[in-house]
Write a new protein. Structure first.
Length: 84
């Protein structure tokens, strides 16, 4: 089951889940939405890309909290610039 919590930036409820593609932990808005692009299978998040839907994946859709949080930028990892 996904772990429930609150965003440190905006205080809204989130679900902490593991990305099925990368294994990274990611926050989702706690409430499902019709325009969501993430489907949970157990505690793993499957991101739907464009119009490509996996027929085996069904269920409520969620949005990444990074897409809706006003403070998301402060939590993104910065990419290091390569030295020449």
């Amino acid at each position: 089951m996904p772990e429930k919590g609150n965003c440190r930036s905006c205080g809204r409820p989130v679900l902490w889940v593991r990305s099925a593609a990368t294994g990274s932990i990611m926050p989702l808005d706690a409430e499902p939405t019709e325009d969501g692009n993430v489907i949970l299978v157990g505690d793993q998040a499957h991101v739907l890309k464009g119009d490509l839907f996996e027929p085996m994946l069904e269920g409520p859709r969620y949005l990444s909290h990074f897409a809706t949080c006003v403070g998301a930028a402060q939590h993104r990892k910065r990419k290091e610039k390569k030295k020449k």
